[in-house]
Design a binder for this molecule. Structure first.
Ligand code: PLP
Length: 489
């Protein structure tokens, strides 16, 4: 982890007459511009373009890119987001001209390779989830949730129960997209409490289910990073009441090749290819959140899905399809990257991904639990949640700790989530880091814990070395200034 250097941000580097290019000498007769374009399209004043040399342009944009943190720069322990390294072989495969030069309107028989890829990715995800058939259309995890819940609703409607089954049950540790998606599909959300081990409070759940239950949305391991061992009982309670089970598999980094949502009793699952399957994310996409459903639900999948017969691949519309949820076939080159990732690992390799992800998280947790309060002290899965409540006694909040990490070249972990942990710090190292990086992170976290005791002002005034200090994060999200404007003299 390298401490950040402050790079001055100089934007106004234009110098009159400086050029980064040279046109060849004109060897035809010059036509006056007003003969080429109608008068009303002509500029009144010349455009104010920066006049710079080529190397200045390269340096300017390279420096800008270095102001950002990315997984290619340094450690990125952003819990729940699985910021793993994106293997470059995925990029090589996605850049093959056969994939980049095709058009979605091409006839099926001219794009058999692309269809085969989608079909096989569908089969891989079915195998990994223990379910039957996938749609690759959803562009994000939340979009997958929406699609899955629309299918759930279509199923209840076909059973004549749409008027009765109005409620979706969601644990209080769930990702915020779960209740949001349920609301968008027209469901009422009921919050299921957690027990003191961080899992679903089974007795509370038993009291909450009934003929009004449409389904339960669950993440397992949940956002606390703990695996709910009562899952078999939970699924029975929900199914016995006539509800369905939705698995939020946005982050499946702990379970690959070890346990399958279908075997746990889930009916619908979504995966974030941009988390577990290493396709790039951060900065807003594009992503992919395919869902996989059980045999009884596959007739509701969005169309088209890809099917195969005698080695020929073709698009198909499921009988009771809920319709399209995205134009064409989803973010195709993201699908290509995930396909390359799965093939290059193989089933043994995918299992190893999860084993190492879990090992790394437990290694960090064990090494940090003396310095930070660990609310659920049990073996974690791919991530774990600390609490900054000891540091809070010295006036240092979790946000301050996250900001101080920036000074050490580490991306801040997820903070204040899940909501059920006071001053939550959610850490997910992923399997792609070396032991040296994990050890350095432990050292940095211990140093900050010590600083919080001995020199709290230093932590509360962090970051000290980043190009910009503390931002108004709400304003930055709501009214982002994404274009440079020339300061008025
Ligand atoms: C990331 C995440 C989501 C949402 O995925 P998006 O692609 O950001 O929409 C949902 N649930 C969990 C548990 C997640 O980690």
């Amino acid at each position: 982890m390298t401490k950040k250097k402050i790079v001055p941000l100089i934007f106004e580097i234009s110098s009159p007459g400086r050029r980064g290019y040279q046109f060849p000498e004109l060897d035809v007769e010059e036509t006056p511009i007003n003969e080429l374009l109608p008068e009303n399209y002509l500029r009144e004043k010349e455009a104010e373009l920066p006049e710079v040399s080529e190397v200045e342009v390269v340096r300017h944009f390279t420096q800008l890119s270095r102001l950002n943190h990315g997984v290619d720069v340094d450690f990125y322990p952003l819990g729940s987001c699985t910021m793993k390294y994106n293997p470059r072989i995925n990029e090589d495969v996605a850049a093959l001209p056969g994939f980049t030069n095709i058009h979605p309107y091409q006839p099926e028989n001219t794009v058999q390779g692309a269809l085969r890829l989608m079909y096989e990715l569908d089969r891989f995800l079915a195998e990994i989830s223990g379910l039957s058939k996938a749609t690759l259309q959803p562009a994000a995890g939340a979009h997958g949730e929406l699609t899955g819940l629309m299918i759930m609703r279509a199923y209840h409607r076909d059973n004549g129960e749409d008027d009765i089954r109005k409620e979706i049950l969601i644990p209080d540790s769930a990702h915020g997209t779960n209740p949001a998606s349920a609301m968008m599909v027209g469901y009422e959300v009921k919050e299921v409490p957690s027990d003191d081990r961080g899992g679903v409070d089974v007795e509370a759940l038993r009291k909450m289910v009934g003929p009004q239950t449409a389904g339960l949305m669950l993440t397992n391991p949940n956002t606390l990073g703990v695996f709910d061992e009562n899952i078999c009982e939970i699924q029975e309670i929900v199914h016995d009441a006539g509800g369905l089970l939705y698995y939020d598999g946005a982050n499946a980094n702990a379970i690959l090749g070890i346990v399958r949502p279908g075997d746990m009793g889930f009916d619908i699952v979504h995966f974030n290819l941009h988390k577990t399957f290493s396709t790039p994310h951060g900065g807003g996409g594009p992503g992919a959140g395919p869902i996989v459903v059980s045999e009884q639900l596959k007739q509701y999948l969005p169309w088209p899905v890809v099917e195969e017969s005698d080695g020929r691949y073709f698009f198909h519309k499921p009988e009771r399809s809920i319709g399209r949820v995205k134009s064409f076939y989803g973010n195709f080159t993201v699908l290509v990257r995930a396909y390359a990732y799965i093939l290059s690992h193989g089933s043994e390799g995918l299992r190893r991904v999860s084993e190492i992800a879990v090992l790394h998280a437990n290694y960090l947790m064990e090494n940090l639990k003396k310095d930070y309060f660990l609310p659920f002290d049990r073996k974690c899965m791919h991530e774990f949640v600390l609490s900054g409540k000891w540091q809070k006694e010295n006036g240092v909040r979790t946000l301050d700790i996250a900001k101080r990490l920036l000074d050490h070249g580490v991306h801040a972990p997820t903070v204040y989530f899940p909501l059920i942990v006071d001053e939550a710090i959610m850490i997910e190292p992923t399997e792609t880091e070396t032991k040296e990086t994990l050890d350095q992170f432990i050292e940095v976290m211990k140093e900050i814990a010590l600083e919080a005791k001995e020199n709290p002002d230093k932590v509360t005034s962090a970051p000290l070395t980043t190009p910009v200090r503390r931002l108004d994060e709400t304003k930055a999200a709501r009214q982002p200034i994404i274009r440079w404007t020339k300061p008025t003299e």
